[in-house]
Design a binder for this molecule. Structure first.
Ligand SMILES: [Zn+2]
Length: 216
């Protein structure tokens, strides 16, 4: 997985907690009285609430697949605007040590600072672990439109549950649908596509190769 490095301003560096730092309980925020924040006292916390912040987060593209947002990916666990106006964002890495998480943290800080949020505090929550089930339906559709087969629903093989001799029909095979033509007549050509999260498939009907976002 390649993580393109973004330029960090000193302010952002301060507010980013490395993803590998683990689970954070309430992070003590320096309550040194920033004069800008004192002026905000009495007003509505600088004029933004959790819903607005969530909406801003929904516009941040995933660094690996810019076609979907980090919200579509399902890694944003929580948003909280504290009384002092600091914005706390909790994210769950797609997998432990994913290098893209640092990039995502920077992108969140940049986006919120750009909206006038003075203090952004990132929290990393490792449990429960992220799975592809957390990806939104809208996100899966965007992946499809982008030419990547979204993670398949987990399919339980029921073929062995009944009396084996009584049932002769074959167990339905988990077919990954081709994002080009929708055919499930596809085969895997490589377990690793452009990133470790993806496998390379080929459609046997339209002959197009495509990436499949693996379940995990
Ligand atoms: Zn096809």
């Amino acid at each position: 997985m390649k993580a393109t490095k973004t330029v960090l301003s000193p302010a952002n560096l301060q507010s980013v907690i490395p993803a590998q730092a683990g689970i954070h309980t309430e992070h003590p925020i320096t309550r040194s009285m920033d004069p800008r924040m004192r002026e905000d006292d009495g007003s509505e916390d600088g004029g933004f609430d959790e819903e607005q912040v969530a909406g801003w987060l929904a516009q941040i593209p995933d660094p690996e697949i810019p076609a979907i947002s980090i919200t579509d990916l399902g890694i944003v666990r929580g948003v909280r605007v504290a009384d002092d106006g600091a914005c706390h964002v909790t994210i769950t890495p797609t997998y432990s040590g994913c290098p893209a998480m640092q990039v995502i943290g920077d992108a969140i800080s940049d986006a919120l600072h750009g909206r006038g949020v003075l203090e952004v505090v990132l929290h990393t929550q490792l449990a429960p672990a992220w799975t592809t089930d957390w990806m939104t339906d809208a996100g899966k559709q965007k992946l499809r439109n982008y030419g990547i087969a979204p993670p398949a629903e987990q399919v339980i093989d029921i073929s062995r549950l009944g009396p084996a001799s009584a049932i002769s029909r074959k167990a339905p095979k988990l077919g990954i649908a081709c994002p080009n033509c929708g055919s499930t007549h596809t085969e895997v050509t490589s377990q690793f596509g452009s990133t470790p999260c993806k496998a390379l498939y080929k459609c046997l009907d339209c002959r197009e190769p495509f990436d499949y976002f693996k379940c995990h």
